[in-house]
Design a protein around this ligand. Structure first.
Ligand code: CO
Length: 215
């Protein structure tokens, strides 16, 4: 068992050697500052590593991850990351990236209790209830996939409604918000929203009215 954790440290040493062989100044330059263009709000799932699936490097993406990539208005952790990324780092894009086969979404769709996490996932149940008329006719797999997509769109809407994003839009017309879903089975990312950088587009993309969303 201990060899597994030791392997990580070994890997780290190898990684450092590789970086230095490519660029001897890699770490000294990296240590000076960060200017990421993107904030990534993704699922904690180990199969969706933001840097790797977007072929980006350290320094390029500011990252916040939680179970089922939720944007909950009372989450001080998420809000702090968002505020720092938007107001201090001045990121150009905020991406909410969910994924098909999300255990959090699946758990929220069922009635089994998993403990504390059930409270965290409750908002997904609300989304499911809200969009039930369009989810009900789908088979189990399609319904789960659609709820993953709808939940991402809801989180983008939640982001757009924060004072942090609203103030940044008024001030500099950015960041652009994006809702994406990663497909574990193909490795491909499917955008669910257009690029959103004002209230009008937010309303257009994230219409809450039944039947308009998702067409
Ligand atoms: Co997930």
């Amino acid at each position: 068992m201990t060899e597994h954790i030791l392997q990580l440290l070994q890997n780290n040493e190898e990684w450092v050697a590789e970086r230095l062989s490519e660029d001897p100044a890699f770490f000294t330059e990296m240590a000076k500052s960060q200017h990421p263009r993107y904030l990534w709000i993704g699922c904690a799932d180990s199969r969706v590593p933001p840097d790797e699936i977007t072929k980006t490097h350290p320094g390029q993406i500011f990252v916040h991850r939680n179970i089922a990539n939720l944007v909950i208005q009372t989450d001080m952790n998420m809000l702090s990351v968002l505020q720092y990324a938007v107001e201090v780092l001045k990121v150009e894009h905020v991406i909410v990236c969910g994924h098909y086969g999300c255990g959090g979404v699946r758990a929220a769709m069922g009635n089994h209790q998993y403990g504390l996490i059930d409270n965290w996932l409750r908002q997904i149940k609300d989304t499911q209830n809200y969009y039930w008329p369009q989810l009900a006719p789908l088979d189990e797999k399609a319904r789960e996939n659609r709820l993953v997509e709808l939940s991402v769109i809801e989180q983008v809407y939640n982001l757009g409604k924060t004072s942090i994003v609203q103030n940044a839009w008024a001030e500099r017309g950015a960041p652009y918000l994006h809702g994406w879903v990663y497909d574990l089975e193909t490795g491909l990312i499917k955008p669910q929203t257009s690029m959103i950088n004002n209230e009008e587009i937010l309303k257009e993309v994230c219409k809450f009215e039944q039947g308009i969303i998702g067409r």
